[in-house]
Unconditional design. Structure first.
Lengths: 184, 170
């Protein structure tokens, strides 16, 4: 029962932060709120026993993303431009939310042993991790060994994104006269 | 950037601790929560903190740009080459069983290597992104200043040319 209250409090906090972030026009406050949103989401993941995901969310979502957004804020005006209510995006967002809400009704209950996700390859991973790989953290053995190809793909995605950003914003120019080292 | 004694002293104490924690997360990922992605981000956070407190220039000195490019590529290469190594030893790509004396130690070595590759790439990518975004403002200001100088120079040379013409006419 106490779990219910913790979840309810966290989810209402998330909703409140999201609502505030939509309403506010001061971009600094919005960036701070997005960091707070990530931190609350990380807490929610801890409640769900997904500590690895929570760790990532706290480090990337609340930490580095906020810093990068702050660095970007130094280049843009402090306030969002006032604009009319955007009907089409609002309609799309509400329609998607409604469809997701309908889909949630069809999901198996949380922790249901008969859910498809627990009957596909997960039992093999959970059983095999102790014998084949012999490391206690099953998340690491799935991530690095069983699903090594996916993680290679993810690393290449990070690599490609960085190369793209550096090519666009990295300050590499054709001028040869400026010898300053400004390419990262 | 900020000449605040409290922030500077606390940062000097915190930065090594953050880096050490990142290494712990990196190499303890087999046993507890964590791994390359998280460790990379935490490690990068130490350098971002350094650059935020002590200024971008000193931050860049701590993490040189050329080294950074090498690290970005080196991490992905380390991951990919681990797979190639297992292929050369006669197994499938990224099948770590053959890397060690036993299949389990092979798995340990393989996981350690690929996680280190991930951590290297993620850390250097994060630092590079931060420096790119944060350095943008100084870059823009520099470019504007250079342009202003160039325009002033052009005006000066034009004026000079005009005055010499006048003098020649006289």
């Amino acid at each position: 029962m106490s779990g219910f209250f913790v979840n309810a409090a966290l989810i209402s906090l998330l909703t409140l932060i999201a609502f505030l972030a939509i309403r506010l026009h001061r971009l600094f406050a919005v960036v701070m709120l997005s960091g707070a949103f990530s931190l609350v989401a990380a807490t929610l993941f801890v409640v769900l026993d997904a500590v690895d995901v929570a760790f990532t969310e706290a480090a990337v979502g609340a930490g580095i993303s906020t810093i990068l957004a702050l660095a970007t804020l130094s280049l843009v005006p402090a306030n969002e431009k006032p604009h009319d209510f955007a009907f089409v995006p609002a309609f799309l967002a509400f329609a998607t939310a409604a469809m997701l809400a309908v889909a949630v009704a069809d999901l198996p209950a949380f922790g249901d042993v008969n859910a498809p996700i627990h009957n596909h390859v997960a039992p093999d991973y959970l059983k095999g991790s102790a014998e084949d790989i012999a490391i206690p953290n099953v998340v690491t053995s799935v991530l690095a060994s069983y699903r090594g190809f996916d993680t290679l793909g993810e690393t290449v995605v990070v690599f490609t994104a960085a190369i793209a950003v550096l090519l666009v914003l990295g300050g590499w120019t054709r001028r040869k006269e400026d010898g300053e080292d400004d390419n990262a | 950037m900020h000449d605040d004694v409290v922030i500077r002293v606390i940062a000097k104490v915190m930065i090594p601790a953050v880096m050490l924690f990142a290494l712990y997360v990196q190499f303890h990922g087999d046993y507890g929560p964590g791994g390359g992605f998280q460790a990379g981000v935490v490690f990068a956070a130490a350098f971002v903190l350094n650059a935020m407190i002590f200024g971008l220039n000193r931050g860049r000195h701590a993490w040189p740009a050329r080294l950074n490019l090498l690290a970005i590529c080196g991490g992905v290469l380390l991951y990919g080459l681990t797979g190639v190594a297992s292929m050369l030893l006669g197994a499938n790509y990224l099948d770590y069983d053959v890397l060690g004396a036993t299949t389990q130690s092979g798995q340990h070595i393989g996981i350690l290597l690929v996680e280190f590759g991930v951590g290297l790439t993620v850390a250097s990518v994060m630092v590079a992104l931060f420096f790119t975004f944060a350095g943008r403002l100084t870059h823009i200001r520099l470019m504007a200043k250079m342009q202003a100088h160039e325009e002033a120079d052009q005006r000066k040379t034009k004026r000079k040319a005009r005055s010499t013409k006048k003098r020649a006419r006289k």
